[in-house]
Each structure stands twice: as structure tokens, then as C-alpha cells.
Design a protein around this ligand. Sequence first.
Ligand code: ATP
Length: 215
Amino acid sequence: MIGILGGTFDPIHFGHLRPALEVQQHLGLERVHFVPCHVPPHRASPGTSGEDRLAMVERAVAGVEGFVADRRELDRTGPSYTVDTLLTFRRELGDDVPLVLIMGMDAFAGLSSWHRWETLFELAHVAVSHRPGSPASQDLGDGPGGAVTDDPAVLRASPAGRVYFQPVTQLDISATAIRAQLREGASPRFLLPGAVERYIQERGLYRSAAGNPTT
Ligand code: ATP
């Protein structure tokens, strides 16, 4: 079973990494692919290049068993639709391997606005990382193909089509807040891996609003 976590990763931080690890461990995922998007469909393009965002992901996952930095969306033109990304996984891995698309509750809440969202459930399961104890929204879980299960064995038994809610340690970290701190000259230490912090310093990323047209 393979996990996929897409995002802008501008920059990647522990709020991405820790929930991904907890989902990986609970579901027994062989790998988790971190896929930085090229052109996000739902928001302004990141101020940081795809190559820099990928380089930060590479540094964040270096030496972490089963974590993979995946550049597949950076080489595609046009909006980075998740459905297209899942199709590339299917072409590589075939129809039978269970795929698990991992996302936070915020992303899941907006899922019905995603391009061809019903098709996502034909291609993958969805694992939603959420706050322990919070009521897991089941609105979409009962939608097309998206029947909710709380049993990892059910995910393993089929390639796609289930929704799984995973309580994870809450880390109130956002890339937006990290970028704002860096612009003010504050340290992002302990919000993201040291290797990512060093890359940001070496490349002079997020230093001023002028260098980052989007916040
Ligand atoms: P930004 O602040 O620029 O919007 P972000 O920190 O929210 O960025 P994204 O790259 O947009 O990060 O998020 C990618 C995925 O990671 C989404 O599915 C989102 O729900 C999840 N995510 C982001 N931050 C956290 C966090 N602190 N805890 C759990 N999940 C998170």
C-alpha cells in the first residue's frame, strides 16, 4: 500500500511530516510520496520555485525510511490536478496496488471542489488526518465510492474507494506563518527540519516580500 501526500510545501514543515509518519505507521504504508505541486489549482502560485520546494522536501525526507520526494508534478504543465497525478501512479503500479491519498481535514473539507473529484475515489483511498476527538466529517464519505472504514485491512483489501479518518498529533504549524516569520528575520527552528532551515538560509529564501510575490 502506497501513500501520496501532495502540497505546495512552501516550505515543508513538521505539520506535514509528523502526520504523514503517523498515517504511514497506522496503515503500514510501504512508502509515502511527497509530491510538491507545480501550479496549484486552488490558490496563487507559490513564490518559491518548484525546484527549491522539491529540494526542501528532499532534505526533509533524507534518511527517513519509506519517505520519498517525488517530482512528478513539476514536469507537467498546466494546473497540477491530483487526478492526473494518481493516473501516473496507476500507470506505474498497475490497477491492483492500494493507493492512499493523504490529506488534512482542511483539504478534505474542500474536496468536492477538486477537478474530477469523484474519479479520485476510483483511483485511490483517501486518508484524512484530523484532530483526535474531533467529529470526523462523513459528508463526503458516503459520496460516490467513498465509503468510510476504520479498518486498515479494508483499505489493503481493495485498490481504491474508501475514506479513512486517522487521528494524528496536532501541530499548529503553517507554511504561511513560517514565511511571515522568515520575512521578519525570525528563526523557523523547531518548526521544520534543520536541513530545510539550512537550505532556506543558503538560498536566501523568504527574506523579503519583494522576493516572494505571494505570501
Ligand atoms: P500554506 O500555509 O502555504 O497554506 P500549509 O502549511 O497549509 O501551507 P500545504 O502544502 O498547503 O501546507 O499542505 C499540504 C497538505 O498538508 C494538506 O493536505 C494540508 O491539509 C496538510 N497540512 C498542512 N499543514 C498541516 C498541519 N500543521 N497539520 C496537519 N496537516 C497539515
